[in-house]
Design a protein around this ligand. Structure first.
Ligand code: NAI
Length: 705
């Protein structure tokens, strides 16, 4: 079946791209060969005076290159060829003697945008699904089909770097403003306007004024300034851990200096170089894993269908409850009823909901009408009567077993028998809560992270008596809230808090040895975490961390005994960022240096500092070893879930691929040797997990053997 069809509209050939058997259009070698042949025919057809290129898919134009085909390339030479072939085809398109107008409706990403750049005129629909982007750097790559060359020439250097280095989506109105498209029209008339335009351009070609600032975008010293600023900014943001943005800057610089033809060659070289880096491989694997998780129902086959959820109830209108309510309304489009113990708390919850929506309004990502519509979806009260019809109830009351059991009983007494009850507990085993249930098969854990509207991960906890239908419903609903969902076994700390516990405890040991607190943060941000462990403790809340530490100690014993008395800090009124006092001082809500008083409270003398590598090794291995244990115990279903969980749940450095990818890259033997060395120096808490010892002995990996 062909991917392209041609319909004549007067003297204009309308080429419609509709990849058979796929939900979106992707660019592959086969697709390229087909359209190249088609374009060749249109060139020779004297009745054709112009071409319109558009998509037959509902909401995508072209989603980018076919990544499956891309990863099959493997060698640098193969990637270079792939890039050169793509470039060559787009050169032909650009040199086509008749006007080609591209009509863009829906996502126009990566190779799709590069194709559009080679066409002669771009019209976008003003639909919210229409977005344009070059997201290659997010996969550790650079645009390799002319994007680094054509984009700066079209929209100016600074705007081009902004797109290429961030990969961010540009909506139609902004695309028009920066000159990325020539025209924006409503979807209903997109095709007819494109046809008319092609006919017009056949008479007189378009001329464009150069874009950007005359000095910064168009002179050599101005550009040099822009490039050096861009490099500095990239290094600040990536700490040198991501090579692709620097390669993209180089590709653009070279192109503007040496012209299009040599620029394209250099772009292909750099593209190929990036494609074979470990960083790119890791980022591509994360992309595949995330895509696979989106299709994973959460239970082994045959998976039952999830129950529809149209009405959500949230018990507890506190910090988490309000976050869950607003995210569910905004993302999943459900109506939400929040219930709390008294009206004042309900009011506070509704205010928190409204703050999130107002923030979006302020940032102009929604308009007034949409804000009002969203606010109207969420109501609150103190009675159970109003949650009678709920399909799903998420409980986010105080972290107290008896209170949770009470609200579970009270809920079951009023809701329909098939209603699902999900607890957002962070430490209490779901089975303990479910002991109070008349219908334990309907009880599940949905562990969200704070702030709920920003954190991408959800852990769904399947307890021993949770029915598969309950699990798949929680997974499907979490996904409709925009979350990446991993299903974990019911055990203390689930997965995320489980791997955090030894990491935080090891931080405590280092503190007690006198390591300066700022050194700990510095070592781990250099290692690739977005924040260091001390900042993380302040963010999580010291009261919350102290409580979690106790739960983990009770459950796992000595191995997870906290080394410092966070209690002592809590008693001193330090709850972390939320009350502006923690390990750090805060001024006007901003971190303002370590509070030296903390050393005294903990009874330690600050030493002169220790090597950042030694710190990073201890902290990271404590976490990796625990991840291996969690897999061994079946807390997570697969290394994939563990990697995605760690990356989305705690910001584990994506360029390292996740704990399991990293252990595979290091080799189990090396990991075990390092753990044994640490165990002999610091104690048995570093004893390697059995699965690592086995892998080391058998030369096995977590992935793929
Ligand atoms: P919070 O103290 O802000 O909110 C709890 C709310 O529950 C309060 O508004 C309280 O009035 C209400 N409540 C208490 N008893 C109730 C009852 N019987 N009926 C109705 N409402 C009642 O606490 P937060 O931080 O929102 O935590 C809630 C749950 O979420 C806890 O189980 C916690 O462990 C969990 N969690 C918290 C995270 C965090 O970062 N704060 C992260 C993940 C989970």
């Amino acid at each position: 079946m062909p991917a392209f069809t041609v319909e004549m509209d007067g003297a204009i050939a309308v080429v419609v791209f509709d990849l058979p058997g796929e939900s979106v259009n992707k660019f592959s070698r086969a697709v390229k060969d087909e359209i190249a042949a088609l374009i060749g025919q249109l060139r020779n057809d004297a009745t054709v005076r112009g071409v319109v290129l558009m998509s037959g898919k509902k909401d995508t134009f072209i989603a980018g290159a076919d990544i499956e085909e891309f990863v099959a390339a493997k060698t640098e030479a193969a990637f270079r060829t792939l890039s050169r072939e793509g470039q060559k085809f787009l050169d032909e398109l650009e040199a086509f003697p008749k006007p080609i107008v591209v009509a863009i409706h829906g996502a126009c990403l990566g190779g799709g945008l590069e194709l559009s750049l080679a066409c002669h005129y771009r019209i976008a629909s003003n639909h919210r699904k229409t977005v344009l982007a070059l997201p290659e750097v997010q996969l550790g790559l650079i645009p390799g089909a002319g994007g680094c060359n054509r984009l700066p020439r079209l929209i100016g250097l600074r705007a081009a770097l902004d797109m290429i280095l961030t990969g961010k989506n540009i909506r139609a109105d902004r695309a028009l403003r920066i000159g990325l498209v020539d025209e924006v029209v409503s979807p209903a008339i997109l095709r007819s306007v494109a046809v008319k335009t092609a006919a017009m351009l056949a008479e007189s070609p378009v001329t464009r004024k150069p874009r950007g600032h005359w000095f910064l975008d168009r002179t050599r010293p101005g550009r040099a300034l822009v490039f050096s600023q861009a490099r500095k900014q990239v290094l600040r943001q990536t700490r040198g851990n991501y090579p692709a943005p620097l390669a993209a800057i180089e590709a653009v610089r070279f192109s503007l200096r040496h012209g299009l033809s040599r620029g394209l060659e250099h772009e292909a070289e750099l593209f190929a170089k990036m494609a074979v880096t470990d960083v790119s491989r890791n980022l591509v694997n994360i992309f595949f894993a995330t895509t696979a998780l989106k299709k994973d129902p959460g239970v082994p086959p045959p998976a039952p269908e999830p129950l529809p959820v149209a009405r959500l109830a949230v018990l507890g209108a506190g910090f988490m409850g309000a976050g869950i309510a607003v995210t569910a309304a905004e993302q999943a489009g459900v109506t939400v009823r929040m219930k709390d113990a008294d009206l004042a708390r309900v009011g506070k919850g509704l205010k928190a909901v409204s703050d999130v929506i107002q923030e979006r309004l302020r940032k102009r990502s929604i308009d007034r009408r949409e804000a009002a519509r969203r606010i109207a979806m969420i109501s609150g009260g103190v009675d159970y009567d109003s949650i009678r019809n709920a399909d799903l109830v998420v409980e986010a009351v105080f972290e107290d077993l008896e209170i949770k059991r009470t609200v579970l009983r009270e809920t079951e007494a009023v809701v329909r028998p098939e209603c699902i009850f999900a607890s957002n507990t962070s430490t209490i085993p779901i089975a303990r809560i479910a002991e109070a249930a008349a219908r334990p098969e309907n009880v599940v854990g949905m562990h969200f992270f704070s702030p709920v509207h920003r954190m991408p991960l959800l852990e769904v906890i399947a307890a021993a008596r949770t029915a598969p239908r309950t699990v798949v419903t929680a997974v499907a609903f979490g996904r409709s809230m925009g979350k990446t969902v991993i299903v974990v076994r019911d055990c203390p700390g689930f997965f995320i808090n489980r791997i955090l516990a030894p990491y935080i405890n090891e931080t405590g040991h280092l503190v007690m040895e006198g390591t300066p607190l700022e050194d700990l943060d510095r070592a781990m941000t250099a290692w690739g975490f977005p924040v260091g462990p001390v900042t993380l403790l302040d963010e999580v809340g010291l009261d919350v961390a102290a409580k979690a530490g106790k739960v983990m100690l009770e459950a796992f014993g000595e191995r997870l005994r906290p080394a410092i008395r966070i209690d002592a800090l809590v008693s001193d009124g330090r709850l972390g960022r939320k009350n502006g006092r923690g390990f750090y001082r805060y001024e006007k809500g901003r971190k303002a240096g370590i509070d030296a008083a903390v050393y005294g409270l903990l009874g330690v003398a600050k030493a002169s500092g220790s090597g950042s590598e030694a710190v990073a090794e201890r902290l990271s291995l404590a976490m990796l070893n625990e991840a291996a244990r969690a897999l061994e115990e079946g807390v997570i279903r697969s290394p994939r879930d563990g990697d995605i969980g760690a990356i989305y749940g705690i910001g584990f450095p994506p360029f390292k691929g996740g704990p399991f990818r990293l252990m595979d890259a290091l080799g189990a033997e090396a990991v075990v040797a390092a753990l044994e060395r640490l165990a002999s120096r610091h104690g048995p808490r570093f004893a390697p997990a059995q699965v690592l010892v086995d892998h080391a002995r058998n030369g096995r990996h977590f992935y793929g053997d």
